[in-house]
Design a protein around this ligand. Sequence first.
Ligand SMILES: CC(C)(COP(=O)(O)OP(=O)(O)OC[C@H]1O[C@@H](n2cnc3c(N)ncnc32)[C@H](O)[C@@H]1O)[C@@H](O)C(=O)NCCC(=O)NCCS
Ligand SMILES: Nc1ncnc2c1ncn2[C@@H]1O[C@H](COP(=O)(O)OP(=O)(O)OP(=O)(O)O)[C@@H](O)[C@H]1O
Length: 194
Amino acid sequence: MKIIGITGGVGSGKSKVLECLEQEFGAKVYQADEIAKELQKKGQTCYREMVRYFGKEILALDGEIDRPKLAGIVFKEEEKLLRLNQMVHPAVREYLLSEIERQKEEHTAYFIIEAALLLENDYRAICDEIWYIHTSEDVRRQRLKESRGYDDRKISEIIASQLPESEFYAKCDAVVENDGDFEETRRQIGELLA
Ligand SMILES: CC(C)(COP(=O)(O)OP(=O)(O)OC[C@H]1O[C@@H](n2cnc3c(N)ncnc32)[C@H](O)[C@@H]1O)[C@@H](O)C(=O)NCCC(=O)NCCS
Ligand SMILES: Nc1ncnc2c1ncn2[C@@H]1O[C@H](COP(=O)(O)OP(=O)(O)OP(=O)(O)O)[C@@H](O)[C@H]1O
């Protein structure tokens, strides 16, 4: 089983690449932020520690974590984002390691892990190779405004909290260029898996 990490800045097209890998190449795909979301639900592994650190003001009326509110806090203060990552990341990693064992037994060909923070965290030790999904900042801004209604300020805050392009290029094993038509992106994916 080949384990491939997918990373890149906000809005670079990681989810779209994942969808393609799953639907067209039969890969099993895992998104770190989706796993994190599950583990942050009321009663799950990370919930209590997050409420203890950030206080009840991060909770919505139903007692679940109010994610936009939390995003507003952590993307403005580096120290808080760091603490949040320290709470969430080990639990996500543990979940993935147990899934890897399970999928090996199922004879899965490709196990894909997508995370914005693949390089900052210790995923290199888990992945056989890491792909950087690169899309220029202008195109990402445009797509994020259209698809998610993010404004420039929110996008800038997230980008500022992520690695610079140079570091993604330096630390990844392969680059997928996703500025253009997705057909072209699909072709690059096929070549990387050939
Ligand atoms: C901060 C939170 C609550 C924001 O939630 P929200 O639903 O509003 O947005 P979402 O999760 O879709 O994130 C928006 C984008 O921000 C970027 N991002 C998310 N977490 C981080 C982070 N810790 N550091 C840098 N960028 C991040 C990603 O590109 C992401 O797609 C949430 O992202 C979170 O809990 N993050 C920390 C947990 C974590 O580390 N998850 C794994 C990310 S790889
Ligand atoms: N080649 C492409 N052509 C047109 N639109 C695209 C292309 N690639 C991605 N998109 C669109 O751009 C938006 C952002 O892509 P996507 O959600 O896959 O990014 P992401 O890297 O997963 O973002 P995040 O870091 O927030 O998880 C989506 O609406 C997606 O459909």
